[in-house]
Ligand binder design. Structure first.
Ligand SMILES: Nc1ncnc2c1ncn2[C@@H]1O[C@H](COP(=O)(O)OP(=O)(O)OP(=O)(O)O)[C@@H](O)[C@H]1O
Ligand SMILES: [Mg+2]
Length: 362
């Protein structure tokens, strides 16, 4: 049985539907992420799981039991928010001990548990400090330790790293993955940062306007986005409008208007004449000054370099195709001392393997 079962949840504010018939099932021990743009309903959904907000319809089952009438403090669920919400006048150890004292645990046990929790979040030396003597990342680790103190079945994390700078955020991401493995508690993580979602999660639900657009493992979400919204939201993606002109067993042909025919993997239920979008990641596109000898499996077109964006480790090339269509290609700058391989207005051949793209039918 799933740990958490969300069934047809709807939440309205006035006549605005913030969460629109969402159903999800989350297993024990999962690191599950709700990912989507600002305003898509992530926090609203979390607040209903925590019990701060009541759904208008639908059910939330925890361990098979409906929690509709269970108040927040009685749910085996804790929330970590973006702002750390620590008690400023209490030491780190006292902050973490607070929920245990509220639960009237034995003082000796509390001390043992606090030491263990401090170790779990790698703050063993910091028990006697006050929150203002800590960095942002350390404060957030205290908040997580406090939320874990009562061993919740479910830990809800609402953009817990968004106040941290990029470097610290990456470090905390690695720590969160390890912590979740160690404590074995189910995490539901909210973010609008797709990189963070891909790096952390076992599974991701991509949300848009109150609904779930796709629920999958990170590799599938990135490699096989189900529709234009997901393809566009998750990383950079070239989206080429096309029409299916031939369907074979292991390949199909798509006409990209004004450019030519591109072979691709057959889309599900593909029919000749159907329109759709070829989704193609920039890192799958190769650029060369002349066509390579073996192009049997390659889709290739001529183009002109329109713009280059040097980003240090990689360079993004915007290539204009014959019909004026702009394609984005990303090349690693692995050769030392070489910043970029092509310049504006260079005539180039662009190519990608037939199975590099993914056709989304409408
Ligand atoms: N109490 C409320 N009253 C009215 N509208 C609300 C209320 N809470 C949220 N909303 C609206 O519901 C929608 C979803 O809000 P929510 O906070 O769930 O978004 P979110 O996905 O968490 O966004 P963000 O990434 O910006 O935190 C928004 O349009 C928001 O304005
Ligand atoms: Mg939010």
């Amino acid at each position: 049985m799933a740990l958490l079962e969300i069934k047809n949840i709807v939440k309205q504010f006035g006549d605005f539907t913030a969460v629109d018939n969402v159903s999800l099932s989350i297993e024990t021990g999962e690191f599950f992420t709700l990912l989507g743009p600002s305003g898509c309903g992530k926090t609203t959904l979390l607040r209903m799981l925590a019990g701060f907000e009541q759904p208008d319809s639908g059910e939330i089952l925890l361990d098979g039991k409906n929690v509709a009438n269970v108040p927040p403090e009685k749910r085996p669920v804790h929330t970590v928010f973006q702002s750390y919400a620590l008690f400023p006048h209490m030491t780190v150890a006292d902050n973490i001990a607070f929920p245990l004292k509220m639960a009237k645990k034995d003082p000796a046990d509390i001390q043992k548990q606090v030491s263990k929790l401090l170790e779990d979040v790698r703050l063993a030396q910091f028990g006697n400090r006050f929150p203002h003597e800590l960095s942002g990342g350390q404060r957030q680790r205290v908040a997580i330790a406090r939320a874990l103190a009562n061993r919740p079945r479910l830990l809800l994390l609402d953009e817990p790293l968004s106040a941290l700078d990029a470097k610290l955020r990456e470090q905390m991401q690695i720590e969160l993955i390890n912590l979740q493995k160690e404590v074995g508690i189910t995490f539901i993580y909210v973010t609008h940062d797709q990189g963070e979602a891909l790096a952390l999660s076992h599974r991701i639900a991509v949300m848009n306007k109150g609904t779930v657009e796709q629920l999958d493992i990170p590799e599938k979400i990135y490699g096989f986005p189900k529709n234009r919204f997901v393809a566009d939201f998750i990383g950079q993606c070239n989206l080429l409008d096309g029409t299916i002109v031939e369907v074979g067993s292991d390949r199909m042909k798509v006409e990209i208007a004004g450019v030519g025919i591109a072979e691709t993997l057959p889309a599900e239920g593909a029919k000749v004449g159907a329109k759709g979008t070829l989704a193609l990641r920039p890192e799958k596109i190769k650029i060369s000054s002349s066509l390579p000898a073996d192009v049997a499996d390659e889709v290739h077109f001529r183009g002109t370099v329109h713009d280059c964006l040097y980003l240090g480790d990689v360079t993004i090339y915007i290539v204009e195709l014959e019909n004026g269509l702009l394609l984005e290609a990303m090349l690693p700058n692995s050769a030392s001392g070489q910043a970029k391989f092509f310049n504006d207005n260079d005539a180039v051949e662009i190519a990608w393997r037939f199975d590099a793209g993914h056709f989304l039918t409408e």
